[in-house]
Design a protein around this ligand. Structure first.
Ligand code: SF4
Length: 444
């Protein structure tokens, strides 16, 4: 008899683990040469501001308390120094995303410094989507005015829930009513408003999630990011609470999806819904392996088939004397790119079969045959003529399906591309399978 020990992977980062042993570390000069040969290309710019004074019990983000105003200014100057190395290779910029931490915890002076500097180093398109993440507690009217002045046209607000008891569980500041009041003001300032909500919170029922969504719709939100709470062992919340049973989360996801669709929203990717106005361009760059330049502590980018990773603390980031070399470069081998592309497409809920056939002579139906067959049998996938499409059930399992696809091809030898030593491949496979717990166990 087979017992299903399949793990529900909640984060798209989990789909990338199977690729790690295949990545080749390169010098940054190697990447600059490669970019020079390609010539400047359009891209998305991500800047990470790691500072936040919040104490959310579930926080797994790269964040730290701002130690001193001079430190944050030093940090912004370091970001701009790094930016100065990239302007020649990366142009024009089609979208800018400032994430955190809480970017609006920067002082008005630091925010001005950052935006003015970015505009000096990059050719940012006049109609670029410029997003900033914030919490309502860090947002004053003066700061909203400043952000509009600086060209920010999309605000992404972390709310998580309006429910009083659940906000307490999450360690969020402020009451739901104050949050709604602030959001109504935000709505008047910015052309595009996106709100982050969480489900799978301890003690949260389906009706609580729907109540949150009703409020978000009443405010006139353009985009809704809906993430399941991640019970990382490091967080305070997971020390106190067990994750609810998976069936509860699945029920909530299905209800929420139908509710948003009935109210005129559609899935833009597995965690984000739009009323049609919100394009969330930054996320679409990542999912189609477009050029994303990440700057700052903890930021990740993807350029010319390479991941660009940064030191995770502001201290280490500032200390690096030569800002040209602050990022670590990891090249994805040519024969792994189509696998990464297909796995990334899962974030949209569909894989176009023709593109990898045309671009790389890669056949997804063969490469992932086992995963696809199981997905169809479970009612998670539909395979049409040129499309592999996720059903509602499949959307819920999307990250798990993505990791299963990667493991099938990279570790079960389908593509015969194991450029790794046999022993390394064996160890990597064991670590991956245990970490992702993608195997079913047999029991008598
Ligand atoms: S506001 Fe965001 S970055 Fe700050 S602690 Fe909460 S979740 Fe983490």
């Amino acid at each position: 008899m087979e017992s299903n020990t399949r793990k529900w992977l909640k984060s798209h980062h989990d789909t990338l683990f199977p690729f790690f042993p295949y990545l080749k570390k390169k010098r940054i000069e190697w990447l600059f040469d490669r970019l020079e040969q390609k010539g400047p290309e359009k891209g998305a710019l991500y800047v990470h501001i790691p500072f936040c004074t919040g104490k959310c019990t579930f926080c797994i983000l790269t964040k730290e308390l701002p130690s001193h105003p001079s430190h944050t200014t030093k940090y912004v100057n370091s970001v701009l120094e790094e930016a100065s190395a990239w302007g020649d290779y990366f142009s024009p910029v089609e979208t800018v995303y400032i994430g955190g931490g809480t970017p609006t915890s920067l002082s008005s002076e630091d925010l001005k410094l950052l935006f003015t500097g970015l505009r000096e180093h990059f050719q940012i398109e006049p109609d670029a989507e410029i997003s900033v993440e914030t919490t309502v507690s860090e947002l004053t009217e003066a700061k909203m005015n400043l952000l509009v002045e600086l060209g920010v046209n999309r605000l992404s607000v972390g709310v998580q829930t309006f429910n009083r008891g659940l906000r307490k569980t999450l360690g969020r500041r402020g009451e739901g009513e104050e949050v709604i009041e602030k959001l109504n003001t935000v709505r008047a300032f910015f052309p595009l408003l996106s709100i982050d909500l969480l489900y799978d919170i301890p003690g949260q029922g389906k009706s609580d999630v729907i109540t949150d969504l009703q409020k978000v719709i009443e405010i006139g939100t353009d985009g809704v990011s809906l993430y399941p709470l991640i019970y990382s062992p490091k967080t305070a919340i997971s020390k106190k609470f067990e994750a609810p049973p998976i069936e509860t989360a699945k029920g909530a996801f299905g209800t929420v999806k139908s509710f948003l669709e009935d109210n005129g929203y559609r899935h833009l990717n597995i965690n984000h819904f739009t009323n049609g106005r919100d394009k969330f361009q930054y996320s679409t760059y990542f999912n189609r392996l477009g050029n994303v330049l990440g700057l700052g502590a903890g930021a990740t980018g993807f350029l010319a088939d390479c991941f660009l990773k940064h030191p995770s603390t502001s201290g280490k980031y500032i200390q690096n004397k030569n800002k040209n070399t602050v990022g670590n470069v990891f090249n994805v081998p040519e024969n792994v790119i189509p696998v990464l592309w297909c796995v990334s497409q899962i974030q949209y809920g569909r894989i176009d079969i023709e593109t990898p056939r045309r671009e790389w002579g890669f056949e997804p139906l063969e490469a992932f045959a086992g995963t696809l067959k199981r997905g169809v049998d479970r009612g998670e996938l539909i395979i049409a003529k040129n499309i592999i499409e996720l059903t509602s059930e499949g959307m819920f399992w999307a990250n798990t399906i993505g990791a299963e696809m990667a493991v099938e091809y990279l570790y079960n030898g389908k593509g015969n591309l194991v450029s790794l030593e046999e022993s390394t491949a064996k160890i990597a496979k064991t670590i991956m399978l245990n970490k992702l717990r993608l195997r079913s166990k047999r029991r008598n």
